[in-house]
Write a protein that binds this ligand. Structure first.
Ligand code: ADP
Length: 415
């Protein structure tokens, strides 16, 4: 009989979970507990094509874990909590400690706690999720899968900022990069697709949060997000790269605190700041009806992507095996992909296969494939990302090593 594995993604006031049968990789149920700590908290469960929503006051992550287990037992998804053989946690920040997923022990939990200052919005909820699971299931292997881990192979010239060196050594100021689990999944998929290990890729993960990754010889060489996910591309509500002097200037001009400006740059900027909408579907609709701000916002997002394609093309010395589009916008927006490929077409001798591009989108249920022509100098692909699969895979592999007494603890210390 298969073993059950739980994947947990805890936010500051939410807890997402999925239960899988392994090694079949079959999802049995997933759930989303929202507004933890509020008196209007509720949760949804999805299984067998059904969706159930229930209202329940859930004050803490420990309560959320109890509700989750109660539902798993009540609906016979598990017969007993000992059916669960491993738990994978999505963790935002691994700092310089972790370049791969790890079994959570006391040291690992201490390190995740020490990184709260770099992930103040995410880590408290994630830690609460881990500790709540440890309390209920102290003997089940729990694995941390870090959003930063894949990017730890960047060379120093990619990850350093030109600020006083002590800011790096004493305060940890450097580029860490995020969406690493997605970029790793795409890299692994493309290795198989192209039939080679040492792939050179430019990956465009364009969702509400968006980042790009330059993959050299199968490893991350550069990425667009920085110390935090605010940097790089124009995003749904984040500004991306801006002149950092804007912060002091606008604090004084509009009589705002640094915290207020930081919140605005994260939550009220990007596409939302320019056009008043952050959902790309709404924005495309507005642009099609002639809205100038919507057109501007889309053009700014596209330009930020083409700018980094150009940079990464040069960093890869022109040896690019593929440009890959993924995540909500990258997988679905036919026009965004067409505009980007057309914008770089002359400079990089890349040609779009219009028909193939128009046929690929999740809503068309044709989700992946080549969208460049046979005579295009660089291949362009659409590949749906699957971060949850990566978390599950790492959790399963580590738990199997523990079961077979092959587990070796790995820890990369910062330099
Ligand atoms: P995140 O995981 O960062 O929340 P997603 O990867 O789910 O983001 O992407 C969400 C974005 O994808 C939204 O801006 C949404 O409008 C966009 N999107 C989803 N479907 C489509 C579509 N059919 N056409 C254009 N954009 C889409």
């Amino acid at each position: 009989m298969g073993e059950k594995f739980l994947i947990i993604n805890a936010g500051s006031s939410s807890l997402k979970f999925s239960l899988y049968d392994m090694p079949e990789t079959k999802e049995i149920v997933n759930g989303y507990i929202e507004k933890i700590g509020n008196d209007d908290s509720f949760y949804t469960l999805k299984y067998d094509g059904k969706k159930l929503e229930k209202k329940r006051i859930i004050m803490t992550h420990t309560d959320a874990v109890q509700i989750m287990l109660m539902e798993l037992l009540k609906n016979n998804f598990i017969n007993d909590i000992t059916d669960i053989k491993g738990i994978g946690h999505r963790v935002l920040h691994g700092g310089e400690f972790y370049s791969e997923s790890v079994l959570i022990d006391k040291d690992v939990l201490d390190n995740i706690k020490a990184l709260i200052k770099l992930g103040p919005l995410h880590h408290p909820g994630e830690i609460a999720g881990i500790e709540s699971m440890q309390n209920v299931m102290p003997n089940v292997p729990q694995v941390a899968v870090f959003d930063t881990a894949f990017h730890q192979t960047m060379p120093k010239e990619s990850y350093m900022y030109a600020v006083p060196y002590e800011w790096y050594t004493e305060n940890g100021v450097r580029k860490y990069g995020f969406h690493g689990t997605s970029h790793k999944y795409i890299t692994e998929t493309m290795k198989k697709q192209l039939g080679k290990e040492n792939v050179n890729l430019i990956i465009c993960h364009i969702g509400s949060g968006a980042s790009m990754c330059c993959v050299k010889n199968g490893k991350c060489y550069n990425t667009t997000m920085g110390l935090t996910p605010l940097d790089g591309l124009v995003m749904g509500t984040r500004c991306g790269t801006i002149d950092s002097s804007i912060i002091e200037y606008i604090c004084k001009e509009r009589n705002l605190s640094i915290e207020e400006v930081n919140t605005i740059l994260n939550k009220k900027s990007g596409l939302l700041g320019i056009a008043g909408k952050n959902d790309f579907r709404d924005l495309e609709q507005l642009a099609n009806s002639g809205d100038e701000r919507a057109k501007l916002a889309i053009k700014m997002l596209q330009n930020s992507i083409t700018k980094f394609i150009a940079q990464y093309y040069v960093e890869l010395e022109g040896n690019v095996d593929a440009i890959v589009f993924t995540a909500g916008i990258g997988e679905n927006s036919i026009s965004l992909r067409a505009n980007i490929v057309n914008a770089i077409s002359n400079a990089l001798d890349i040609k779009l296969n219009k028909e193939a591009n128009s046929n690929i989108a999740r809503f068309k249920e044709n989700q992946n494939g080549l969208i460049s022509t046979n005579d295009s100098k660089i291949k362009v692909f659409v590949v749906p990302t699957n971060e949850e699969y990566m978390i599950l895979k790492d959790t399963y592999e580590i738990s199997q090593k523990i079961k077979n007494n092959e587990f070796v603890k790995t820890l990369k210390k910062g330099n």
